[in-house]
Design a protein around this ligand. Structure first.
Ligand SMILES: [Mn+2]
Length: 595
């Protein structure tokens, strides 16, 4: 008797597990909803394989045939990313996103989903596209230093160079690993390079952390091409980026050139053009972007002619290799990061070279809101490096710096004998000559120590066009999203309350920047780091990301940088709390903007 019961129990178990397996199989294979947003994504294989890709080792979707055929029917069109590219489907996605922000300060979930190749909008001026460049140009060694970079961002940098550089100009790519401790940058990277990029990419590993400055010198010492091109490890080069950089160097080997640095959003990875600006600095020895003076724009070529720039941003530039050595490379007494870009800029101009920004060369760069790593001892390398450059290059003008940083006046900065000797050997001009001739806009009497304007996120004063206006009603609770307190209160929470069509404090504006503005005052905003926090009302910053929302299918209200949807917590509670949740299309996540 007992054994019969047991047997039927086992049959039951078997039947149940088979049913579940079939159901799960059907769910994962037929779930159109979940993968619809991959439609525009230029990674081979994603569409046909459905969900499989998430469980594959990522190497399988690295190189291989690219989404180039798309060029046929998409020519002239801007390759757009779906705003829902960062949607979170499960805990694993959530972890990738949150850890990514923590370690890299940008959206690694989207970066991984983009893969290693993608089309970019051609952001050059139309006139650049008509230009031709000499066929005989010097060859380039591209040097990319990295420290704990996100694997997918690093590989996209490398592949963008391989995809968009004529092979005969690309002598080599040299990667310098500055003793990273992220495990995937060790064997996984070795394997990937060996299997896919053998002979194209050299990898140099530092035994100890050297920092960006010595890291670049190490990379340069391994290079054998005629021109060195330094890139950050989270860049993507655009169409025909290298030829316009090499051409002025061929003409005059004492020319150092920078591309225009386009913006890749840290939250959405969307690529957009930068305005044409040039490099300056303030007396705190911080780099800043300046508008280009009219005198530079008057040439017959106007918008596409090279622009003389007093300084460079530092991460991206090209320079004749023998000239780099002749000019004293970098100051090896500088640590990790900071100040080296001003030092090399001053040195170029003061010692007989010139520094140009080339508007027809475009390279995208992920602009992060913070630097996700420190220095080994936690020391202020920016101050140490700035002190060295002030003492070697700035003559009496270093007093301008000390006036702002009196605490540094007696700070130790190491031995600068070699650099002083270099300045003498090269017979460099005075800092006064540099200010008078290269940067006359610099105010000496009234130190320019105002906080820097973030030029890159500045989209100007234009107000975004309003797409829709109305109350934002949750369909399940039949209530409207309003401020918990006053709609003018910065940092205030939002809740759902009874709708009132006459109440102006319930009116939301939805604009072309995908912002949701309550009562014409503040924007609905999500914390970048802690996606578990509820949304709040914050001052509109106009740079997308945390304030970017899309009203998607099945009435969902999707938050772009968090990858989740807005939901009411308990539709029957009078508290009316709302929170972000994984988008599941449930009624509690359905909203309508009603005019
Ligand atoms: Mn960077």
């Amino acid at each position: 008797m007992g054994s019969v019961t047991l047997r039927y129990f086992c049959y039951g178990c078997l039947f149940t597990s088979v049913t579940w397996s079939v159901l799960l199989f059907l769910y994962f294979n037929l779930s159109e909803e979940s993968r619809s947003f991959y439609r525009n994504v230029p990674i081979k294989g994603l569409q046909s394989q459905g969900f499989q890709h998430r469980f594959q080792p990522r190497f399988t979707r690295g190189p291989g045939p690219q989404y180039r055929d798309g060029g046929q029917n998409r020519k002239g069109q801007k390759p757009d990313l779906s705003p829902e590219m960062g949607m979170i489907f499960n805990e694993h996605d959530q972890e990738v996103r949150d850890m990514g922000y923590h370690k890299h300060a940008f959206n690694v979930l989207i970066s991984n989903r983009l893969g290693y190749h993608r089309d970019l909008p051609d952001t050059r001026n139309e006139k650049c596209k008509e230009r031709t460049y000499p066929l005989a140009l010097p060859t380039a060694s591209v040097v990319i230093c990295f420290f704990n970079e996100a694997f997918s961002a690093l590989l996209r940098t490398v592949h963008s160079v391989l995809d968009r550089t004529p092979a005969y100009l690309l002598h080599e790519i040299i990667l310098v690993d500055d003793n990273s401790d992220l495990t995937d940058l060790k064997e996984d990277l070795d394997t990937y390079l060996q299997n896919n990029l053998r002979g194209k990419v050299k990898l140099v590993r530092n035994e100890k952390r050297e920092g960006l400055i010595r890291g670049r010198m190490i990379g340069a010492s391994h290079a054998t091409g005629e021109v060195l091109v330094f890139l950050d490890s989270h860049c993507e080069v655009n169409e025909e980026w290298l030829q316009p950089l090499l051409t002025p160097i061929k003409k005059n080997r004492r020319t150092v050139v920078c591309p225009v640095i386009d913006i890749i959003s840290a939250d959405t990875l969307v690529y957009s053009p930068s305005p044409i600006v040039r490099g300056g600095f303030n007396w705190g020895l911080h780099f800043k972007w300046d508008p280009v003076p009219m005198s530079e724009l008057n040439s017959p070529d106007g918008a596409v002619a090279p622009i003389r720039s007093p300084t460079m941003a530092g991460g991206l530039f090209a320079m004749d290799r023998s000239y780099f050595n002749e000019l004293g490379q970098y100051d090896s007494g500088m640590d990790i990061w900071g100040g080296e870009n001003l030092e090399i800029s001053f040195r170029i101009w003061m010692c007989g070279g010139q520094l140009l920004i080339i508007p027809c060369s475009r390279v995208g760069h992920i602009f992060r809101k913070r630097r996700p790593y420190g220095s080994p001892g936690g020391q202020d390398t920016m101050a140490h490096n700035s002190l060295r450059l002030a003492h070697v290059w700035m003559d009496d003008y270093k007093e301008q710096y000390f006036a702002l940083r009196p605490e540094l006046r007696n700070r130790e900065f190491g031995d600068i004998g070699e650099r002083v000797a270099l300045r003498q050997r090269l017979q460099c001009r005075s800092f006064k000559w540099y200010l008078d001739n290269i940067y006359p806009e610099m105010q000496v009497s009234s130190p320019n120590n105002k906080p820097q304007q973030p030029v890159f996120v500045n989209k100007g004063l234009r107000r975004p066009r309003v797409l829709q206006r109305g109350r934002l009603r949750n369909l399940l609770a039949d209530k409207c999203l309003v401020a918990q307190g006053r709609p003018s209160q910065k940092g205030g929470a939002v809740v759902v309350r009874d709708c009132d069509s006459r109440d102006p404090e319930q009116e939301w504006t939805y604009d072309e920047e995908h912002e949701l503005i309550l009562a014409g005052l503040l924007c609905l905003d999500m914390s970048e780091i802690r996606s578990s926090d509820p949304p709040r009302l914050m001052k509109c910053h106009g740079s997308g990301g945390s304030q970017q929302w899309t009203l998607g299918k099945s009435n969902r209200l999707y938050q772009v940088s968090v990858g989740q949807c807005l939901a009411v917590v308990d539709p029957f509670s009078h508290k009316g709390y709302v929170a972000m949740a994984i988008c599941d299309g449930s009624p509690s996540q359905q909203w309508q903007l009603e005019g």
